[in-house]
Write a protein that binds this ligand. Structure first.
Ligand SMILES: [Zn+2]
Length: 170
């Protein structure tokens, strides 16, 4: 069985930086446990903006600087270095979902694609929707204990929609 684990945007600014929240800190060990146990390929996505962020559509909607390329907030915590080193791919994106990830999944079939990371109802959700369309025959799973949101209501809605689309929520 070909397996892929995708860790979405587990970057300092979303954990304890400019857009950080408590639950984001709590899932760190759960993500590390998934990475340690995973038998297959690993992919990371990095939310990546520049100083012009506030003039983008996302910046007008979420007017807080975050994940500015090469800043501490853009980086992942040190514990992830060994996994970043052996990652199959790292995709940098200035949008919620990564079209590069979608194109990669279109070209490279995995029987199973697992997701974790931040933020559950935003970038995790968008990347799962892209994966679902790029690779319709893959089994897609979201690890709820390794994902988090600062808005419980929106997270619940996102999970409901994903479940309706046949995504396995673990
Ligand atoms: Zn962003």
């Amino acid at each position: 069985m070909t397996k892929l684990l995708v860790v979405v945007d587990y970057q300092n600014d979303f954990i304890d930086g400019s857009l950080g929240f408590k639950k984001a800190i709590k899932i760190k060990n759960n993500i590390l446990t998934l990475l340690k146990a995973h038998q297959g390929d690993i992919i990371f996505t990095f939310d990546t903006h520049d100083r012009g962020y506030l003039n983008t559509q996302e910046g007008r909607n979420i007017p807080i600087y975050h994940c500015i390329k090469n800043t501490l907030g853009w980086k992942m915590p040190n514990e992830f270095d060994e996994y970043l080193n052996k990652a199959k791919k790292i995709f940098y994106k200035d949008t919620f979902g990564s079209l590069d990830l979608a194109n990669f999944l279109k070209e490279n079939y995995y029987e199973s694609i697992e997701f974790c990371g931040l933020v559950s109802h935003i970038c995790v959700f968008n990347n799962i929707i892209l994966a679902l369309n790029a690779s319709p025959n893959s089994k897609i799973t979201l690890h709820k204990n390794a994902s988090a949101s600062f808005n419980e209501q929106l997270e619940k809605s996102a999970y409901g929609i994903l479940q309706a689309y046949g995504i396995e929520l673990l």
